[in-house]
Design a protein around this ligand. Structure first.
Ligand code: NAD
Length: 290
């Protein structure tokens, strides 16, 4: 079994990105800017946000975190977003999800200027993506496509199964696979006989958010398995991360698999940086053409 090493591929992409950002700066004297809005004190979100800011700095993106209390009002959050929408130094604006339950994420996201939406979450960007005209592709599925590219995995004609149909992972993943000429089945919480469906697939992307949902017996022998799930858990008094797939069971049972951690996670963060740079390029182009 070959491990799809997200850390390695992400590092390679970031090295190239740093070079592109340097020459962009040389030419335009503009530093791409990213703001992450963090509402509340969800410990997992705090870790993700710290990682994003740290890696952004490494590639030459100016980044900052705006922390707001968990009881922030919708109006205050909306005002914060609108101020950032008009700040020319900010090219990408990410609202870290999940939001506290008092805030409806779709209503919040709707206030982000689609030209500054690095995870392709606004309705305008989702529409553009579905019609093949996306400004940038959603970070997690785009990162997974980069993994396939790095390992020369061809998707054309493959039977692909995506487990999960969220707007941030499952749906855009299915769409990208379809565009790459795979034959795609999307499973969700109402799907019957999930195992029967995944067992027939050449490629499975597990994004159900259910720890250990799939194991060796749910895949055919030469399947490609991508695990998007992230679950914080404790084993032998140690805090560890687990996925939706029982990775230790796979061993030589499948042809390729992503580990958790070190698979899809680093690719997601790296695509956020890549998308921030792409949005900075688009903003600069439209300013020069104005
Ligand atoms: P979500 O809760 O929004 O969506 C989960 C989807 O899985 C839903 O469509 C649901 O119908 C489906 N589902 C739930 N239980 C199922 C089951 N038993 N069988 C089949 N389908 C089932 O979650 P999300 O935001 O898409 O995230 C999914 C997982 O991926 C979570 O663990 C999340 O933490 C993780 N995640 C990881 C990254 C990364 O970079 N690695 C990025 C985003 C999300």
């Amino acid at each position: 079994m070959q491990i799809l090493d997200g850390r390695l591929v992400a590092q390679k992409i970031r090295t190239e990105l740093k070079r592109k950002i340097n020459s962009f700066y040389e030419k335009n004297k503009i530093v791409p800017g990213l703001v992450v809005i963090l509402v509340g004190d969800n410990p997992a979100s705090q870790v993700y946000v710290r990682q994003k800011v740290k890696m952004a700095k490494q590639v030459g993106i100016h980044s900052k975190v705006l922390s707001l209390p968990k009881d922030v009002s919708f109006d205050k959050l909306k005002q914060t977003i609108q101020n950032l929408n008009t700040d020319p130094a900010i090219h990408a604006l990410l609202v870290q999800l999940p939001l506290p339950s008092s805030l409806a994420w779709k209503e919040v996201i709707a206030h982000i200027d689609p030209r500054k939406d690095p995870d392709c979450l606004t309705a305008e960007n989702q529409g553009l993506a579905w019609s093949g005209q996306a400004r940038v592709l959603p970070c997690t599925p785009a990162g997974i496509m980069k993994l396939f590219e790095h390992y020369n995995i061809t998707l054309k004609g493959k039977k692909a199964v995506v487990v999960g149909r969220s707007q941030i992972v499952g749906l855009p993943m299915a769409q990208l696979l379809l565009r790459a000429n795979a034959t795609v089945t999307v499973c969700h919480s109402y799907t019957k006989n999930l195992s029967q469906i995944t067992k027939e697939a050449d490629l499975v992307v597990a994004a159900a958010g259910r720890q250990g949902l799939l194991g060796k017996n749910d895949f055919k022998r030469d399947a490609i398995v991508v695990d998007v799930g992230i679950h914080r858990t404790v084993e032998n008094n140690k805090k560890i991360l687990k996925g939706d797939v029982l990775f230790e069971e796979l061993k030589n049972g499948v042809s390729y698999a992503t580990p958790v951690p070190g698979g899809v996670g680093p690719m997601t963060v790296t695509m956020l940086l890549e998308n921030t740079f792409q949005l900075a390029c688009l903003a600069t182009e439209s300013r020069t053409h104005a």
